[in-house]
Design a protein around this ligand. Structure first.
Ligand code: HEM
Length: 470
């Protein structure tokens, strides 16, 4: 059985640092390639690896393509990265694929790849610990003229909820190589190569990975590429990190539900139809009529046998679009659907930002809350070895496709870009119901993209190689 090189993998890839409740993401620009490399040399020993279980603080590091190019790394290395990463999230092709148009267009963002070279992700067990780590980092960055462009603070919310008031972070792909014993039925578990470069993926191939001709690794810092003895594997133990700052219009969300409903209970039921789970996390497929606290972390269910028509959990709901499990209307069989859906999974690591509308995020209370002018949302983060096949595919073919699953004018009700123009309408939400389905119109955007970028989240040896290359 393959063993993961945990000493070389950054910790966030295999754990969420959930015990470190305070965190901040810092976006920087380098000002001088040589100084930037010295800075990296200093910071690498402080980076948290997957073999550690940090109790006080953790530090992770990620670089954009612009950042790597600024370090003047060799051209064959730079060109070996995938196209999506090289172009960046805000490039016109990517913008089209991601559906970032209208108010979500990159020209309206607060930040994008431009000038952003580096992200430091700093975690602390409390605010005090976070602040003290941040001040040490400040001294280090100042001495190498690494300039801070944006600080993105995060804060965990009550009971692992996101800002609309729903329990988040329930459905997570399990990496097979991390299990002590691999189950006989491997459904629901994934080979490491789906999420970590240098290992085999679901196609039984090594995940696509950036490489360096072996002659350019004079000190022998990097491992050989398993498929090509002339190349060194720069990607080994790294991955791509997708970052999207998504503002959540919480007041508009609950006001919309209220306007469509006769009472609070039906407003909450409607919002749950959009998510596919009740606010406590219990899945509609297993308990369609009311939440069941015993099922709040339930994730062992499918749609093919239980709910083909979407009468319990609408076909267009957020969880059904982002992971259709065993029921994809484009596939002929339950097995084909399961296999197809598995090829588009991602490891999510996002954290909320901004103040909650009410402390406990109870929908009954949020329905009565007054609008304020504070910004709140989700720093959505996911990790994938193939940006196109995993993150972009889900965003393009499932989240934003208005004809997903036989629907007509719907995008994901929670995170989709809702609009109507000459060619397309995406602002409806259909709820299958017998004998007549319910159709909602004029959904506003409940989330707005405020920034985002594609990062490389390297292994430790790759970081050392890049910091020492001259
Ligand atoms: C503000 C933005 C977002 C909110 C409020 C949100 C909320 C949620 C909630 C409440 C769940 C159910 C809990 C769970 O199953 O873990 C969920 C699941 C999920 N979300 Fe999101 N989400 C957001 C953005 C995104 C984005 C941008 C993507 C990817 C394109 C995404 C992909 C997923 C996936 C893959 C699942 C798990 C589905 C499953 O396996 O059943 N989410 N989200």
């Amino acid at each position: 059985m393959t063993i993961l090189e945990k000493d070389d993998i950054q910790g966030l890839l295999i754990r969420g640092h959930g015990n470190l409740s305070s965190a901040s993401y810092l976006l920087y620009t380098f000002t001088d390639p040589a100084k930037a490399k010295f800075f990296l040399q200093e910071i690498i020993p402080k980076v948290t690896t997957a073999s550690e279980k940090p109790e006080e603080q953790a530090l992770q590091i990620a670089l954009t393509y612009e950042g790597l190019a600024f370090l003047k790394l060799p051209p064959p290395l730079l060109s070996s990265f995938c196209r999506e990463f090289k172009e960046g999230m805000s490039e016109i092709q990517r913008q089209f694929i991601l559906g970032d148009t209208g108010e979500n267009a990159p020209q309206n963002w607060t930040w994008g790849e431009k000038n952003i070279h580096l992200m430091l992700m700093v975690f602390g067990k409390d605010l005090e610990k976070l602040e003290s780590t941040l001040s040490q980092i400040k001294i280090l960055t100042a001495s190498f003229q690494v300039e801070l462009l944006h600080t993105l603070p995060t804060g965990m919310l009550h009971a692992q909820k996101e800002h609309f008031g729903f329990r988040d972070d329930i459905s997570r792909p399990i990496i097979r190589e991390l299990l002590k014993e691999v189950p006989g039925d491997t459904a629901g578990t994934f080979p490491a190569g789906e999420f970590i470069m240098g290992y085999k993926n679901l196609y039984d191939e090594y995940a696509p990975s950036p490489t360096v001709p072996d002659v350019l690794d004079k000190e022998g810092k990097l491992p050989y590429h398993p498929d090509d003895a002339t190349l060194k594997d720069l990607g080994k133990n790294g991955t791509y990190l997708v970052f999207r700052q998504m503002e959540q219009k919480v007041h508009a969300f609950w006001q919309y539900m209220r306007a469509q409903s006769s009472d609070k209970a039906s407003a909450i039921a409607l919002a749950s139809k959009m998510v596919g789970r009740w606010p406590d996390g219990s899945p509609l497929t297993l308990c369609p009529n009311q939440p069941d606290p015993n099922l709040s972390e339930a994730n062992d269910f499918g749609f093919w046998n239980e709910d083909k028509a979407g009468l319990k959990c609408p076909i267009g709901s957020h969880i059904r679009r982002t992971n259709p499990r065993d029921h994809l209307v484009t596939e002929n069989t339950q097995k084909d659907s399961t296999e197809m859906a598995a090829k588009h999974r991602m490891i999510r690591k996002g954290r909320p930002y901004g103040p909650p509308v009410t402390p406990e995020l109870k929908p009954e209370e949020m329905l009565d809350s007054m609008e304020d002018d504070r910004e709140r949302g989700l720093h959505f983060i996911c990790m994938v070895t193939d940006i196109r096949r995993q993150f972009e595919f889900v965003q393009n073919n499932w989240v934003n496709f208005h004809k997903f699953g036989g629907l007509e004018n719907d995008a994901d009700p929670i995170i989709g870009n809702h609009y109507q123009d000459e060619s397309r309408k995406t602002n409806e939400f259909s709820i299958p119901k017998y004998p007549v389905r319910r159709k909602l119109n004029n959904l506003p955007n409940f989330t707005i993209i405020k920034g985002g970028a594609y990062f490389f989240f390297p292994g430790i040896r790759a970081l050392q190689y890049m910091a020492n290359y001259d």
